[in-house]
Ligand binder design. Structure first.
Ligand SMILES: [Cu+2]
Length: 296
């Protein structure tokens, strides 16, 4: 009977271990993804200094809470075994222990203070850029985003989700947009955010960005893309019936490509023009000129 039970426990442990390994293996296969993926464990890989900090803080908190939980569990088990009626027939009548009470109040307070230091510092770091290269204005609408580049000729454009029926191969369902926000890699970008109708929230996990878009109020944050890529996000403040259909796509490219895109965007979006413009389209425009070695 006993051996039967222990065999079953060991089998269950082995199955759990193998399942965890399988999940980890699946996870590492898409570790570089800049969007959520099935069976994801942990946060998306970081692509900005603030996200790096968030990731570090998340990991250190996980260690702290694991140690606390294991410690409390061990105390509980010890108490259950050591002070059960059978082994402790006449219980102690003590009600107070000054030293113990000071310790079990003081240690948690100390831990909370220790956690509060990086937590508050993170708010400071994510609040303002050390020095901004340019400003991007983001406005949340029901149900799309408007982006404005005041330092590049003040052009602006709307960014809508690609509908399922219009998806091209390789495009992310519910995450791809017709007009991506394009930024240069390595530039510190000040982001000012507002809402035009209700509260939205501009949330791009890989860049460590999450800021409310409030009507009648300008919120500020910043980011710096450490690497080239397309970073996906979503509105994460419930804002009405199409809340799920206003994704965010930030494309980080090299500086020269960004300057070309911005120059083209200034023309394209002048006078309220709204035909979408992609980086690929801008590069394709240049291809014949580059091939003929003709300056633009
Ligand atoms: Cu929303």
């Amino acid at each position: 009977m006993l051996t039967n039970v222990s065999v079953r426990i060991r089998t269950a442990l082995a199955v759990t271990f193998l399942a965890a390994l399988a999940v980890l293996a699946l996870g590492t296969g898409t570790a570089e993804a800049n969007q959520p993926y099935p069976w994801q464990l942990g946060l998306q890989p970081s692509a900005s200094p603030v996200k790096e900090y968030i990731g570090w803080f998340h990991n250190i908190l996980l260690v702290i809470i694991t140690l606390i939980t294991v410690f409390v569990l061990a105390l509980l088990l010890y108490t259950i075994v050591r002070f059960r009626a059978a082994s402790n027939p006449s219980p102690s009548r003590a009600t107070h222990n000054t030293l113990l009470e000071i310790v079990w109040t003081g240690v948690p307070v100390l831990l909370l203070v220790l956690i509060a230091i990086p937590s508050i510092d993170l708010i400071r770091v994510s609040d303002k850029p050390p020095s901004a290269d340019f400003t991007l204005k983001v406005t949340g609408h029901q149900w799309y985003w408007k982006y404005q580049y005041p330092d590049h000729g003040d052009f602006e454009f709307d960014s809508y989700m690609i509908q399922d029926a219009d998806l091209k191969p390789g495009q992310m369902r519910m995450l791809e947009v017709d007009n991506r926000v394009v930024v240069p890699v390595g530039a510190s970008i000040r982001v000012v955010i507002a809402g035009s109708d209700v509260i939205h929230s501009w949330f791009v996990p890989a860049l460590g960005l999450q800021k409310y878009a409030m009507p009648g109020r300008l919120n500020e944050t910043w980011f710096k893309a450490d690497k080239a890529g397309v970073f996906y996000g979503q509105c994460n403040q419930i804002c009405g019936i199409n809340h799920a259909y206003m994704p965010i796509a930030v494309e980080a490219v090299d500086k020269a490509t960004f300057e070309r895109w911005a120059a083209e965007a200034k023309k394209r979006f002048a006078d309220g023009g709204q035909a979408p413009l992609s980086v690929a389209e801008v590069l394709a425009l240049d291809a014949p000129r580059v091939a003929l070695n003709v300056s633009k």
